[in-house]
Design a protein around this ligand. Structure first.
Ligand code: NDP
Length: 240
């Protein structure tokens, strides 16, 4: 019987590539999204992967949404916490709302999704939790105090929870992408993009599939000895 994978923010960008790669690897996949119905409908039509709408920032909505996914597909074995947002501003101009929204989605969202799934993974003695952090959680980024703090928090969450899951057959890992060629990055003027690329030793932006392949590996039985790790996938832009 094939395992079930749940990918938050799995209908667009990096998450869509992750959802498709997991499907190609033989998993039953559910993808969540927050509000972009059009993108989600298009994604389902193209891939056959079912999408579910709720905000990871809302604990009750996560618990209810997860119950629906499990009723449809069976118990979730692999959770990919990919949903994320930016609300950039230099710190002296950052509002409390900009701070809170990013913390609620990018850090509390990881708690809200993992916590309801944890007892089932412990009972079944198998689980994979894969958190998509960021290069900017590792090095900090001007204008992203909120985002960098939340993404660094995801790494701390990963390391602590890995220790609690280890004996129960659950691995917990983080992936830190560098600049990936998603809509957001491709919308940046070409000149600015070229200057970003000049800081990446491999000489190109990452592709969503570069991250998806890391997820497929971490989800597999072959990765059972890897837990509490942070995989850096940034073309050499920042060396940890
Ligand atoms: P996108 O903006 O392309 O997609 C984000 C996805 O997350 C969408 O599916 C969106 O849903 C969903 N989402 C946003 N907020 C919520 C929420 N509150 N609840 C549920 N789903 C939500 O993002 P990327 O593909 O660029 O990024 C994916 C992850 O990778 C993020 O965590 C990001 O921080 C991280 N990352 C990205 C990098 C990059 O270069 N792109 C670099 C490093 C890290 P909807 O479609 O409804 O809006």
């Amino acid at each position: 019987m094939s395992r079930v994978a749940l990918v938050t923010g799995g209908s667009r960008g990096i998450g869509a590539a992750i959802s498709m790669a997991l499907k190609d690897a033989g998993y039953k996949v559910a993808a969540t999204y927050a509000g972009n119905d059009e993108a989600a409908a298009h994604f389902t039509k193209e891939t056959g992967i079912k999408t579910y709408k709720w905000s990871v920032a809302d604990y009750e909505a996560c618990a209810d949404g997860i119950a629906q996914v499990e009723a449809d597909l069976g118990p979730v074995d692999i959770l990919v916490n990919n949903a994320g947002i930016t609300r950039d501003a230099p710190f002296h101009k950052m509002s409390r709302e900009q701070w809170q929204e990013v913390m609620d989605t990018n850090l509390s969202g990881v708690f809200n999704m993992t916590h309801p799934l944890w007892p089932g993974m412990r009972e079944r003695k198998f689980g994979r939790v894969i958190n998509i952090s960021s290069i900017n959680g590792q090095k900090g980024q001007f204008g992203q105090v909120n985002y960098s703090a939340a993404k660094a928090g995801d790494i701390g969450f990963t390391k602590a929870l890995a220790q609690e899951g280890a004996r129960a057959g659950i691995t917990v890992n983080a992936i830190c992408p560098g600049y990936i060629a998603t809509e957001m990055v491709m919308a940046v003027p070409e000149k600015v993009r070229d200057s970003i690329i000049s800081t990446i030793p491999v000489g190109r932006l990452g592709e969503p599939e570069d991250i998806a392949r890391c997820v497929v590996f971490l989800a597999s039985d072959d990765a059972g000895f890897i837990t509490g790790s942070t995989i850096t996938a940034n073309g050499g832009q920042y060396l940890t």
